[in-house]
Design a protein around this ligand. Structure first.
Ligand SMILES: *[C@@H]1O[C@H](CO)[C@@H](O)[C@H](O)[C@H]1NC(C)=O
Ligand SMILES: *[C@@H]1O[C@H](CO)[C@@H](O)[C@H](O)[C@H]1NC(C)=O
Length: 257
């Protein structure tokens, strides 16, 4: 068992997808990509003296598509739900089970925090009663400056959250008991936190860097998912600065608090 102390932050990543081959080859699978993001957030907190220098990060992946879940919740401080090429609204057994798991965890998981990214954000929306479906506006793709609400400014620090987007599904409403944190022109409900401060979610991908996004755009333009126009417009701004490290630091702060 992982030692239960505040010298370690323990994150169980519920893996809901596999990166496309060129991303997996160059950058690793989602556990590697998320560990790197959160490690950067931890280093940031340390450099600002917001956390003890000896705190370490543990992140382990559980492939929920294969029905792999953490055995003992006491081993973890947070459950993080990854992105996916699947649809959060589909009536598919592993997805239904994940939705029920989120509901159960919120009822019974005591101090455990939950963090949802993209598909994870949509799963959390669905679990708490929001409708999720394909957007009539199609894909939101690549570098995006999302606007933070008053609550979002306090939570994510700053006035905007600059992040990579890769989705065409969206959460129709902010469920009861949650507060909206960020919006974009394409997708109003970009980020939310539960009022009991147990759950936070983001529609965008703090774990995706410009180079990772370029691979996704190339791959999915070649296979006909993205139009040439969308691809070109996204590529133009793909290397713009991101707030990923700040976002990762705030996620850890949320888990640690
Ligand atoms: C969530 O998104 C929907 C659709 O864009 C929008 O109508 C609704 O006002 C948003 N909810 C909040 C709390 O902004
Ligand atoms: C294109 O690739 C993506 C990522 O692997 C996949 O989800 C999608 O189904 C593919 N689309 C087509 C039209 O082959």
């Amino acid at each position: 068992m992982v030692p239960q102390s505040r010298s370690v932050i323990r994150v169980a990543l519920l893996v809901c997808g596999t990166p496309i081959p060129p991303v997996a080859e160059a950058f690793g699978g989602y556990p590697v990509i998320f560990r790197q993001l959160l490690q950067q957030g931890l280093d940031e907190l340390k450099s600002q003296d917001r956390i003890n220098q000896d705190v370490e990060l543990i992140l382990e992946g559980f492939d929920v598509r294969e029905d792999s879940y953490p055995e003992d919740l006491h081993d973890w401080d947070a459950i993080m739900i990854s992105g996916s090429a699947s649809n959060a609204y589909d009536d598919i057994s592993w997805i239904n089970k994940l939705v029920e798991y989120v509901q159960k965890l919120h009822k019974e998981g005591e101090g455990l925090k939950m963090v949802g990214i993209c598909f994870g954000h949509q799963i959390i929306g669905r679990a708490f009663g929001a409708k999720v479906s394909k957007s009539p506006d199609g894909w939101e793709l690549g570098w995006t400056s999302t606007d933070l609400t008053k609550e979002g400014q306090a939570f994510w620090k700053g006035t905007v959250m600059r992040i990579q987007e890769l989705h065409q599904d969206f959460v129709h409403s902010i469920p009861d008991g949650f507060t909206l944190l960020a919006t974009s022109p394409h997708t109003t409900n970009q980020s939310m936190v539960s009022n009991d401060h147990r759950i936070v979610s983001i529609q965008g991908h703090p774990e995706f860097t410009g180079p990772i996004m370029k691979e996704f755009i190339k791959f999915r333009t070649a296979n006909g998912t993205f139009s040439k126009e969308l691809s070109e417009a996204s590529m133009k701004v793909i290397d713009n600065p991101l707030d990923s490290v700040k976002v990762a630091a705030q996620i850890l702060q949320f888990i640690f608090a």
